[in-house]
Design a protein around this ligand. Structure first.
Ligand code: NAD
Length: 357
């Protein structure tokens, strides 16, 4: 029996809908395995701006810092997306959480459940067996570098910056993970045009000497975008910078069938945050059709990575597997190849998952 305190931070839009299911699954697993979990809910994003005038209060942040893990949903609201002059944005809450909790590694497993082979827009024979583990750096790059306007506002700039230690710590996580898998690491950069890319490559090349058992390759980000779709099975562990990781993992979500299937873990040296890779999806918010599986699989990562509870984590993955084998789908992963699919609402998928645990 273990005691854990978990912060639930659903955020905006479908973040609230999918995190509700994620939390139910955590509660069921904790009860089934005899753990004693306590929970506290905090606001982040647009909902926090409305309530407190800031996208993440220091008090909420402190609660996160003191917890054993955070189950996060998504932030974002169209009111800000279409207003480039907005002084405050929901995403600032997300960036504050990442920066203040020192979450420098975003881990995104990309694995296709066999039942979804035909749900992807990529051919099944290209996809079958693809199993990629992405490490996206999370605290550097254009997201946090100097940004601004000059030339009377007609010129804009975003500075990409990386320090040696920042590349080293994410690369080390990726090398270590490769050792437990197929021992292949692909480091992605733009060393041909970017100085940050040249530093990135230099650091990874040097570190490779410490990991003679891991086969290392260096790819440019543009080539990687092409290879992910052309030959996804060739990748094992991939490590890359913040912006490339953002783009490439959205692309790779198609390998897993849908954005609604991809989970992630953001970790540093303290509390870890577990979150779907998708956003607040305002186009489907409130309709009850959001796929909660990414949130549920994020909870599985939480059990595995933050709590070291592999059996509990596997119980969740098996519950998802059974759900799909039984033919249950949300709309985003139903396809013409499964005409018998039983299309369920977000909530009803949750009910089935709880039965499977
Ligand atoms: P999005 O991920 O919200 O949605 C992209 C597309 O995928 C939409 O068509 C959406 O309906 C679909 N989709 C996403 N998740 C789904 C799910 N669980 N089930 C079914 N379909 C799903 O990205 P976007 O539309 O570019 O952005 C919407 C808002 O979210 C923006 O404000 C953006 O800034 C924000 N955002 C937040 C995060 C985050 O909080 N981590 C990440 C990405 C985008």
């Amino acid at each position: 029996m273990a005691k854990k305190h978990i912060i639930i931070a659903p955020g905006d839009g479908i973040g609230q809908e999918v995190t509700a299911v994620g939390k139910q699954v955590v509660e069921k697993v904790a009860a089934t395995f005899g753990h004693e979990f306590t929970y506290d809910e905090v606001l982040i994003g647009h909902v926090a701006i409305e309530a407190f005038g800031t996208p993440l209060t220091d008090e909420s942040l402190e609660k996160m810092r003191e917890s054993d893990a955070v189950l996060f949903g998504a932030v974002g609201d169209p009111r800000y997306d279409n207003d480039p002059t907005a002084a405050m944005r929901p995403e600032q809450g997300l960036f504050k959480m990442r920066k203040e909790l020192g979450l420098y590694a975003n881990i995104r497993p990309i694995k296709l459940f066999d039942e979804l082979l035909d749900a992807s827009s990529i051919k099944a024979d290209v996809l079958k067996g693809a199993d990629i583990l992405f490490f996206r750096e999370l605290t550097g790059d254009v997201y946090f570098g100097e940004k601004g306007r000059r030339n009377n506002g007609d010129t804009a700039f975003d500075m990409a910056e990386y320090s040696r230690y920042e590349v080293e710590r994410i690369a080390r996580k990726a090398f270590e993970a490769a050792r437990t898998r197929r021992k292949k690491l692909c480091s992605v950069d733009k060393a041909n045009v970017m100085e940050t890319g040249r530093l990135w490559r230099e650091v990874v090349q040097k570190m490779a000497l410490d990991y003679p058992d891991v086969e290392v390759e260096h790819q440019y980000a543009d080539a990687t975008a092409m290879l992910l779709i052309k030959a996804p099975r060739r990748f094992d562990v991939v490590v890359t910078a913040n912006l490339f990781g953002d783009i490439l993992t959205d692309e790779a979500s198609q390998i897993a069938g849908s954005m609604g299937m991809l989970a992630s873990a953001s970790i540093g040296d303290g509390t870890g945050v577990y979150e779907p890779i998708h956003g607040s999806a305002p186009d489907i918010m409130g309709k009850g059709i959001a796929n909660p599986i990414a949130s549920v699989l994020s909870a599985a990562l939480m059990f595995d990575i933050s709590f070291g509870m592999k059996a509990e984590s596997d119980a969740i993955i098996q519950a998802v597997d059974k759900l799909l084998k039984d033919g249950f789908r949300t709309r985003d992963i139903a396809d013409t190849a499964t005409p018998d699919a039983k299309i369920l609402s977000t909530e009803a998928i949750g009910v089935q998952l709880l039965k499977n645990i």
